[in-house]
Each structure stands twice: as structure tokens, then as C-alpha cells.
Design a protein around this ligand. Structure first.
Ligand code: SF4
Ligand code: SF4
Length: 273
């Protein structure tokens, strides 16, 4: 079984308990306007283009031989200036597991593990579940938007040790206008997560004047109850990633952040990346 991965980050410190090796799967059904991983949206392999490095030589469009480069219309192998790079690589589940298990001894020694992230890892459900199922000798976590079919979500809960799940906006109409989907399915999956008693962490991205309002955070606090929460500060570098993918940053200008009152939550902390 094959899947598309766009990054493997070694020894990440914010992706679950202890140091982690995090695998980013390509593809996501949401389109959060603040998303800082736009390369994770499409489940297809894509080209990154750094305008500031491009000399305009045109070599990337000549004598294209590789099958993948033909599909992409440009050959990144021909680019000597480093302006072109590829986002996404096909992996066999078995080969990916073999690579990930090579980290197991050191991760186990220091209380860490493997995390599947994205994009939305459950957007490639069979691949993600197959990888998780095979990682039996190491702690397994997933970072998910929670937007997944009930059956897939329940199957996922059986093969992970820890779940990091986003709850971004409490109002479903507002959720749809900023992420492209309503939130009922996400909240139903949160209820399933809570009922499973699986160790978990809820993440709330603090997007100025959108998710960080007192009204939204109070509503989320009521939904999550005593679940641990991390409030994630907005990443100011996000717009540059959109430029590299030659996409427009959907939020345009970012407003001034609100002052967040952590005491709204039973159990929350602020995370600055
Ligand atoms: S080969 Fe590289 S530097 Fe030349 S035009 Fe293509 S992207 Fe730009
Ligand atoms: S769910 Fe995550 S990866 Fe998907 S669009 Fe939203 S922020 Fe980006």
C-alpha cells in the first residue's frame, strides 16, 4: 500500500509526549484560511518555487525526461540555483514503517515516539491506519483535525496511544466560512475520543479576531471540559509558504491578537512555536 508523505521531521518536541519523529501525510479535506502547511492541502506531489532564487534561465522547461517532471511541467533536477523543489514523496507503508522503527530504540529510551500529522493524516485512511498498526514497538500519536468518517476515527483510536486534535471554532457556520467544512463531524469525533478515555490533547490555533475571541474560546472551553488544551499562537511566517507554492494567502492582513484569558479553560497552556 502506498501513501504520499511531504516531510519527516526528526526529534520534534511539540507533536506528542517526549521527542517525536513526525511524518506529514499529504492531503487535507479542510482549507483553513490560516493554514501554515499549505503544501499539505493537495494529496498530489507538487513543485515549490522560490522566486528570489530563480534566475529565469528557463532550463527547467527544456528536455524534461523524468515521468513525474513531465506531469509537473518543469524539471527540478535541471534547476542549479535551488529555486525548484518537490513537495511529496510516494512511500510504501512497509518501507515507511521500517524507516520509522529504526528510531524506536532511541525514542523508547527518552519517552518519545512516532506521530502522524499532515495535512490530515486520516485523509489517506488506509495508509495511515496500516502504518500505525505496524508500529507496535513504539509510542504512536496522531495529529488530526478530527474531520474523518466515524468508522475511520474509531479504527484510528484502536491503533494509537495518544491523540492531538484541533477544535478551531465552536460555531459551525463560522467554522465553515473559515475552514470550508461544518464542525458537527469534528465535535462528534471529539465525543468519541473523550468516551474512549484515550490520552489526548486539544489544540486551538489562536488566529487573531477569528478563533481567539472570548466568545469562541469560552464556547470551546465548554465543549472540551477537563480535557487538556494547548492554545497555539499564530505563526507569522505562514504567508511566505503560500508565496513559494505560488498561491495567495487567503487571510491577507492579520489583525491584532486578542488578550487571551487562560482561566476560561479548566486545563490550558499557551504554546509559542
Ligand atoms: S531552472 Fe530554476 S532558475 Fe532556471 S527558470 Fe527554472 S526555476 Fe528558475
Ligand atoms: S486542518 Fe490543518 S492541514 Fe488542513 S487546512 Fe486546516 S490547518 Fe491546514
Amino acid at each position: 500500500m502506498t501513501g504520499i508523505v511531504f516531510d519527516i521531521k526528526e526529534f520534534a518536541v511539540h507533536d506528542g509526549p517526549g521527542p517525536r519523529v513526525t511524518v506529514f501525510l499529504k492531503g487535507c479535506p479542510l482549507r483553513c484560511k490560516w493554514c501554515h502547511n499549505p503544501e499539505g492541502h493537495s494529496s498530489e506531489i507538487e513543485l515549490f518555487w522560490k522566486k528570489e532564487k530563480c534566475t529565469g534561465c528557463g532550463l527547467c522547461r527544456q528536455d524534461i525526461e523524468h515521468e513525474l517532471c513531465k506531469q509537473l511541467g518543469r524539471c527540478w533536477h535541471h534547476c542549479a540555483s535551488g529555486a525548484l523543489s518537490i513537495s511529496g514523496q510516494k512511500w510504501e507503508a512497509e518501507a515507511l514503517v521500517e524507516r520509522l522503527l529504526s528510531y524506536a530504540p532511541i525514542l523508547n529510551d527518552c519517552g518519545g515516539g512516532i506521530t502522524l500529522s499532515g495535512g490530515e493524516p486520516l485523509f489517506q485512511p488506509e495508509f495511515a491506519l496500516e502504518v500505525l498498526k505496524r508500529l507496535t514497538t513504539v509510542h504512536r500519536a496522531i495529529e488530526t483535525s478530527g474531520y474523518a468518517d466515524e468508522t475511520v476515527f474509531l479504527r484510528m483510536l484502536e491503533v494509537v496511544d495518544f491523540v492531538i486534535m484541533d477544535i478551531k471554532l465552536a460555531d459551525s457556520d463560522v467554522h465553515r466560512s473559515y475552514t470550508g467544512v461544518r464542525n458537527e463531524e469534528i465535535l462528534d469525533n471529539f465525543a468519541r475520543l473523550k468516551a474512549s478515555h484515550k490520552p489526548h490533547l486539544i489544540r486551538v490555533p489562536l488566529i487573531p479576531q477569528i478563533t481567539d475571541t472570548e466568545e469562541n474560546l469560552s464556547a470551546i472551553a465548554r465543549i472540551v471540559g477537563d480535557s487538556p488544551v494547548e492554545l497555539l499562537e499564530y505563526n507569522q511566517l505562514t504567508p511566505t509558504k503560500y508565496a513559494m507554492l505560488q498561491k495567495e494567502f487567503p487571510l491577507g492582513e492579520i489583525a491584532q491578537p486578542s488578550k487571551v484569558d487562560l482561566s476560561i479553560f479548566q486545563n490550558a497552556k499557551l504554546l509559542k512555536l
